[in-house]
Design a protein around this ligand. Structure first.
Ligand code: ZN
Length: 257
């Protein structure tokens, strides 16, 4: 005699729910913690670095062009401004990312020590964090157990500290990237103001800087998920203001000196 066992059914989910894609992770066009956010941070940092290069170098060359029409003088001032700005950006980025990296590594080391010395307390702590996120106590403990078995440090780093241990930014990379971004941005006003003759150079520079700042403003809003039209207007107005001020000061000084 055989006993028929009814096929097991999952009570909570519809039978036809397709879970085959879950292992692939979140949808590609949605922001989520991890690789995509990190890439966006890099893009945003690059856009902001280029923006700095455009505005500060445009200010310098417009200021000098207000005082003199001598191409060599404008070029020297622009190149000096480019190099000084790029190195200053690199140094600032190196210092700030180094500090961040030191503190992240110290936090991870502390977490590693706690996991080694008091694993039970750490498991409870992790489960408590999931309860705080809205899971029931039983489920939170189960999630905490499985994640601890899988990668205890990674789970604590992500949930408790908001750090991905495999993805700590290198200060040298950050410094190099912001230096390159600033230089790329700075080259635009430097080239337009030195390649065109005295009658055209100011206008070509103003127009090309306006277009470039519209693009970087749009990009920084895009990568930051903010409204882009206001960002474009703010960015362009800020750049035009900087050029107007330095040009006025350059002109005033140029007639007196
Ligand atoms: Zn912990």
């Amino acid at each position: 005699m055989t006993t028929e066992v009814p096929p097991e059914t999952d009570p909570g989910l519809p039978d036809d729910l397709d879970v085959s894609g879950l292992a692939a992770g979140p949808h590609e066009d949605e922001p989520h913690a991890g690789g995509l956010n990190n890439r966006l941070n890099w893009l945003r940092a690059g856009v902001l670095g280029a923006n700095d290069g455009i505005v500060s170098t445009a200010g310098i060359v417009m200021g000098v062009a207000g005082a003199t029409s001598d191409r060599g003088t404008i070029l020297v001032a622009g190149v000096a401004g480019l190099v000084a700005g790029a190195l200053s950006m690199a140094a600032g980025e190196y210092v700030s990312v180094s500090t961040q990296k030191d503190s992240e590594l110290a936090l991870l080391e502390e977490e590693r020590r706690e996991l080694r010395d008091e694993p039970e307390a750490e498991l409870e702590e992790l489960a408590g964090l999931y309860v705080g996120k809205g899971l029931s106590e039983d489920l939170a403990l189960e999630v905490a157990r499985q994640l601890t078995d899988h990668d205890a440090l990674g789970a604590h780093a992500e949930t408790e500290l908001g750090i991905d241990p495999d993805d700590i930014t290198s200060p040298w990379n950050a410094a190099l990237a912001s230096m390159l971004a600033f230089t790329l941005g700075a080259l635009l006003p430097l080239l337009t103001i030195t390649l065109f003759g005295p009658t055209l150079r100011l206008w070509v520079t103003v127009v090309s800087v306006t277009v470039a700042l519209a693009l970087t403003g749009w990009g920084s809003a895009k990568f930051g998920y903010g409204p882009s039209r206001r960002a474009v207007v703010r960015n362009v107005v800020g750049g035009l203001f900087a050029m107007a001020v330095t040009y006025a000061i350059g002109s005033a000084l140029g007639t007196q000196v």
